[in-house]
Design a binder for this molecule. Structure first.
Ligand code: DX5
Ligand code: ZN
Length: 223
């Protein structure tokens, strides 16, 4: 079965004074990516649970919460309870990722594990059996608008092989520097879900930008 690309615009590149309207501008997306940063795990601070719940209430698209925070086990289930479709925590911030996945799932969301560009996949192969999503970071987490790091695609290829072989059941997601120039190589490597911040919200027409990204990824997946 050919895979279908899925697109998750990142609200990090939206106009923060108009978050509800910005969510409604990307109604054609699959997920709306919501970057939570705590100023400790990453050197930037964004928004948290009350803002997520407010966006969730008006968003036409399910929320994909990417928690770039310390102590994710303490906060992640709250995002699931507030109605997020997927809640992703960073492997580097978790002492017991399996317990966090269990709590996220028990609260009603899919559980995601994110790895920074320098974090190998190897140590997490077993742990990933308890997750629904693998988020491969293709920039250092913290800021939108950075350049794509192609080296991370080896991890995507490995994850794709494990999923296609039936060893893992995961949505393979990529985040950072995805645009019309980089999405094809990510699609060829095996990504299912493409996060795009500046490439969608920096465009005059975010809906058209989503469609263009989707077309390029689909063409690359067909080979
Ligand atoms: C970065 C965030 C990304 C960011 C991507 O730490 O996790 O989701 O919004 O932005 P672009 O697509 O502009 O690289
Ligand atoms: Zn993100």
């Amino acid at each position: 079965m050919p895979r279908e690309p899925m697109i998750a615009p990142s609200l990090l590149s939206a106009d923060f004074a108009r978050l509800g309207e910005e969510a409604r501008r990307v109604a054609d997306a699959d997920w709306l990516h919501f970057d939570v940063m705590d100023g400790h795990f990453v050197p930037n601070l964004t928004f948290g649970l009350p803002v997520m719940a407010a966006v969730q209430a008006v968003s036409p698209v399910p929320l994909d919460c990417h928690l770039m925070i310390e102590e994710p086990g303490r906060w992640a289930p709250g995002y699931a309870e507030a109605g997020a479709r997927n809640v992703t925590v960073h492997a580097e911030a978790c002492t017991d990722p399996r317990a966090v996945a269990r709590d996220i799932r028990a609260a009603g969301a899919l559980a995601g594990l994110a790895i920074k560009p320098g974090t190998p996949l190897e140590g997490y192969r077993d742990v990933l059996r308890d997750f629904d999503t693998l988020l491969v970071m293709s920039v250092e987490p913290g800021f939108g608008g950075q350049s794509f790091i192609p080296d991370v695609l080896d991890k995507v290829r490995t994850a794709r092989r494990l999923v296609d072989a039936g060893e893992l059941t995961l949505i393979v997601e990529i985040d950072g520097g995805i645009n019309a120039d980089t999405i094809e190589q990510a699609a060829e490597a095996g990504v299912d879900m493409f996060v795009a911040g500046s490439a969608v919200y920096g465009a005059d027409d975010p809906g058209k930008a989503i469609a263009a990204l989707r077309d390029r990824a689909a063409a690359a997946m067909r080979g």
